[in-house]
Structures are given as structure tokens and as C-alpha cells.
Design a protein around this ligand. Sequence first.
Ligand SMILES: O=C(O)CCC(=O)C(=O)O
Length: 261
Amino acid sequence: VYNRPISIPKIETISKAEFEQKYLRKNIPVVICGLNSDWKARMVWNISYLKEKIGGYTSGVIKIKNGMYVINTERGSKLDYILVKECLECVESKNIENGWSLASPIENFDDKLSADYTTFSYCSDGRFLRTRLFVGAKGLVTSLHQDLYENLYTMVKGEKKIILYPPNQSSLLYRYPYISKFPNGAKVDPEKPDYKRFPRFEKANAWVVDLKAGETLYIPSYWWHYLRNLDESIAVSFWWGYGWKLIPVWLAALYKKIRKI
Ligand SMILES: O=C(O)CCC(=O)C(=O)O
């Protein structure tokens, strides 16, 4: 469906210096294989383990309607605070029509999961480091959006289709207005393109990958990303900032605080 797609290259683990030189400083996406192979999480994480470890916490979870995270212009009002156990049971029941998905900062769960993973050296000295745990049912879609952070997105279980567009194609993606509650979101659907409504989108070039357990995708800051679960999946993302790019990160945090979003 997407025009002239580029397959994101998959490489074996490289040194931090090489990662910085070839990818981070050039803002080029890449899939690194094997980075998380020594994580205990790769062996033990599944829904029942997570229920046992963190099921008793109350956490903000993302509401899902019709197979999508509800992160449209109503973003901000769609986090429900419920028991993690209830959210994970909903994932287990494969309900993506009207349910929840876990997308929570891992710090919400104190140190209950900290022995199961390690922060990758590529981002361990980055500022503003945020670690998030994603657990979602097969078929769940995260609509196209961009973030101010660098992102190392690592699959622990399952597989996801991920579609990226570089920031210099933003004008082809029909973003929501900067003053909306989803200023980092785009209106186009990469898997069901509507070229009548969004004619410029026909010129966009997607970078695509099916990201499997054990693989880590580097999503450079400002790159647009869209994700669909090909299986029930568990993933961890590390977001961080560095250099001048920390200025917009700080400004956005302030803006969110003021507008309470
Ligand atoms: O896991 C997902 O579906 C969303 C991940 C994401 O958007 C991110 O890490 O920025």
C-alpha cells in the first residue's frame, strides 16, 4: 500500500561509538539485533508473569476503541486509572474493540521489573531518559505520530509492523494543528491511504520493518511512526534527549504542564 517502501536495515550489535556516529548523529533508523538477548525478560515475561509481578498496581492505561489507541484530538482525557491486572486481562481476552492497553512508565512499578532488563549503553547517559512498558493485543494500532525524543524500541515478545516517515516529509502527512491536543499526530493512515482526502500523501516514502522479539529499532527524534501488533506483544521503549534537542523537550514538558495535557 505504501509507495516505494524502504526496508529498514537489520544489523548485529555494534559499539556505542559506532551507533552514535552512523545512526544517532545522522538521524538514520536502524534495527539492531541481539541487544536485549541477555535480558531475563526475554525468558520470563508473559502476561501471567506480569500479572503476578505488577498486577496489583494502579496505573494510567490507554483506552482502545476499534483497534486503535485513543490518541486523537481528545488525547489527555483517555487515560484510565485501573488495576494493571484488569488491563492485562483485557489484553489476554484479545479485546481491541473497546478495552485497554498498557503503555506505562516502567518506574510506576517501583523495582518490580528492574532485575529483568538493563538500559542499553547507547542511551544510558542520555538526559531525560524515560522507560516505558507496552503490552497490547494482536491487531492493536498506534496511529502515526512523532516525538521529540530519540527512541530505542525493543521487542521482548511478539512482533510488530512499524512504518516510519522522515521529518522532512511532514508536509505530506497532514498533521493535526500545533494548537490541537495532538500536535504531534498525523491524519493519514499508512496502511489504508486515502489519497482523495490526502493527495500529497501519495508522494510520501515509508521506511518499514516487521520487528521481531530480540530486535531493537532506533526511531530517531522527530521521525513519524506507526505501529501495528502482528501478535500479542510486549515491548520496552527508551526515550532520551541530547544536545540542542533537549530545548524543545523541556519546552514541551512545560507546555503540557500549563495546558494540563
Ligand atoms: O508501542 C506502541 O504501540 C507505541 C510506541 C510509541 O509510540 C513510542 O515508543 O513512541
